[in-house]
Design a protein around this ligand. Structure first.
Ligand code: SF4
Length: 205
């Protein structure tokens, strides 16, 4: 079993996040939100958080997205201990007029209607967005914060095989996201470690 010497608040940290390369940032003009084409899993109770804002979300959806909420979430749950309740629920997919399959919440511009609704209603942009959407390209698997190399194999701009587009490490790219997930203390702890162990090397792969 792999050992992870670094840990914060019970979450183990895979050092790959300090060396894996990433693009300068998400760029919707280049990637069109491709990472949303497979939907996402979230903790089962989080579905109710989203559903509290169903009207606000419907209001910002485009003409191709379904406003029938019975088609927003998968009906079968997945047992998964990485989620606090032990159960995960997935978002459903739909096919666009261009024949692209994508998350029900992704609009024709590539934006997430959950985030657009939050923004429009003066909430934090991530207040009602599933945690694993916020975190990508990071993920938590078996209680280890790591790089989502599985999802990254599918992506044409920021994917694992697109080294020519990389300009920084995943850790450097994800300041806001890591702070959101681990808190300011968690980010400061990892950043201190990163500066001591990795930053002077200035390399990523
Ligand atoms: S919920 Fe939003 S961010 Fe997450 S996969 Fe769907 S469209 Fe993308």
């Amino acid at each position: 079993m792999k050992e992870y010497p670094l840990e914060f608040n019970g979450i183990k940290i895979d050092p790959i996040i300090f060396t894996q390369g990433f693009v300068p940032g998400c760029n919707m003009k280049l990637c069109h939100g491709q990472c949303c084409n497979w939907g996402v899993y979230m903790d089962k109770p989080f579905k109710e958080v989203i559903m509290k804002f169903e009207n606000e979300i419907k209001e910002v959806m485009d003409e191709h997205q379904t406003k029938d909420t019975s088609k927003w979430f998968e009906t079968e749950l997945e047992q998964d201990e990485d989620f606090p309740s032990g159960w995960a629920v997935g978002t459903e997919l739909y096919v666009t007029p261009q024949g692209v399959s994508q998350c029900v919440f992704k609009d024709k511009r590539g934006f997430c209607s959950i985030q657009v609704a939050a923004d429009k209603n003066h909430m934090h942009k991530w207040a009602i967005k599933p945690k694993y959407c916020i975190m990508y390209p990071l993920t938590i698997i078996d209680n280890v914060l790591t790089y989502d190399d599985d999802h990254a194999t599918k992506l044409d701009y920021c994917g694992i095989h697109k080294k020519e587009n990389f300009s920084q490490t995943v850790f450097e790219a994800m300041t806001e996201e890591i702070t959101f997930v681990l808190g300011a203390d968690g980010y400061a702890y990892l950043n201190d470690y990163y500066k001591k162990q990795y930053k002077h090397k200035k390399n990523f792969s």
